[in-house]
Design a protein around this ligand. Structure first.
Ligand SMILES: *Cc1c(COP(=O)(O)O)cnc(C)c1O
Ligand SMILES: [Zn+2]
Length: 402
């Protein structure tokens, strides 16, 4: 059985206990495996089976599969035209928008909701900038347990709200920002017996580790030099690094790739912490960006994600909303990869780091695009010219095409 351990003081907890922070020091918790467990679980035959998706990597997951909807197994695209645009020789896009609800959150939720079922709980909940709520809702629906989601009112992209509503979650819009919604859902979880599935929950992060596993496998068991990804609550940076560090311990890879986190200029507490070499985040009060999925002033996994960056000699950078939109268009028009704004920040950030000489053009880089284009149709309507309306007349059409 894996243990649950405090990330700061090392205090150990049973993995059957429902607990989200250390009783002793109030720090974050993580799921840990002993060296013996890592060795025992290592099974190359399994890793080489044709099976695809999150549960393929079950030797490195903390519970059994109880609810699953074809999560994971997302494409890793080689992106030569985009590589040229950002100024790098070799670039890969791990497109997490191809998950069942259109974001990587499905990887975390298949494991998180399976854990809730193992614990015998009948309600799950989260606060969300949107995608977490969509993922929680489908796995809650499939598992036949109730889902409660708290959203910042008016700040969630339409596609995401639509998903949560349609899959039958109780959707509550808080007249404040995401950070406040997260405080409230933690209180609700403690007082109302709801299993909390924000990324403070260490079991959810275990599922998200599989992004890194899959990318390495898709590269022919070769480790990329670097992962670049958007940072909101900093769960994904944490999770991918954790998985890679476990594969290093298991002897599957030589060392974890360099972890690079990208935020938006209007919402960059993580970038500030890295730039100042801090091991804690100073929260930002009023984060604002077109990339609503990462509009977060107080990234809950800050301490863990900072370690992921420091341990791998990584970096963090911020990009403007204009740079995000430009990268979003390039992804769509050069490579046919449709992403929501937050996802494009990874590519925008990589471009900036290359221009600054902080990433070499001969590195093998994987950018993670975290969510699908259709999540946020309003953003697209706002940034692009609308369709040209004409009378049903061939001459008119010819005029426009010419
Ligand atoms: C949740 C989310 C993020 C942020 O991920 P964290 O793990 O919170 O850092 C980025 N992009 C999209 C599309 C998301 O849904
Ligand atoms: Zn502790």
């Amino acid at each position: 059985m894996p243990k649950v351990q405090c990330f700061e003081c090392g205090e150990e907890y049973s993995s059957d206990e429902i607990i989200y922070r250390c009783d002793k020091c109030n720090s974050l918790l993580e799921v840990t495996y002993s060296d013996e467990e890592i060795r025992e679980k290592l099974d190359f035959d399994l890793l080489k089976t044709k099976e695809l998706g999150v549960w393929k990597y079950r030797p490195f997951l903390p519970c059994d599969k109880r609810v699953s909807i074809s999560e994971g197994a997302t494409p890793l695209y080689e992106a030569p035209k985009l590589a040229e645009w950002v100024g790098i020789d070799e670039l890969y896009i791990k497109h997490e928008g191809d998950n069942p609800t259109g974001s990587f959150k499905d990887r975390g939720m298949t494991v998180g909701v399976s854990k809730a079922m193992e614990l015998g709980l009948d309600k799950v909940g989260c606060a969300s900038t949107g995608n977490t709520s969509a993922a929680l809702s489908i796995f809650g629906a499939k598992a036949g347990i109730g889902s409660v989601v708290l959203l910042p009112a008016g700040k969630v992209a339409m596609g995401k709200v639509a998903q949560a509503l349609m899959h039958g979650a109780k959707v509550i819009a808080i007249k404040d920002n995401f950070d406040r919604a997260l405080e409230l859902v933690q209180e609700a979880a403690n007082k109302l017996d709801i299993y909390l599935l924000n990324s403070i929950n260490p079991f959810r992060l275990e599922g998200q580790k599989t992004i890194g596993f899959e990318a390495v496998e898709q590269l022919g068991w070769e480790t990329p030099d670097r992962f670049v990804l958007p940072v909101g609550n900093a769960g994904n940076v944490t999770a991918i690094y954790k998985g890679m560090a476990e594969w290093e311990r298991a002897g599957i890879i030589e060392k974890p790739p360099t972890m690079t986190g990208i935020q938006s200029e209007g919402s960059k507490p993580f970038v500030e912490a890295v730039k100042n070499n801090k091991d804690k985040i100073t929260p930002e009060k009023d984060p604002e960006t077109i990339a609503t999925a990462i509009r977060i002033g107080n990234p809950i996994n800050g301490p863990k994600a900072l370690e992921a960056v420091y341990q791998t000699n990584g970096s963090a950078e911020s990009v403007s909303d204009e740079e995000i939109i430009e990268a979003q268009k390039k992804l769509a028009r050069l490579e046919g990869i449709g992403v929501e704004p937050a996802s494009a920040s990874s590519v925008a950030g990589l471009k900036k780091l290359i221009e600054q000489g902080r990433v070499d053009s001969d590195e093998k880089v994987v950018c993670v695009t975290t969510g699908h284009l259709l999540k946020d149709p309003q953003e697209i309507i706002d940034i692009l010219e609308p369709p040209i309306e004409v009378k049903p007349n061939f001459e008119k059409i010819k005029e426009i095409i010419d």
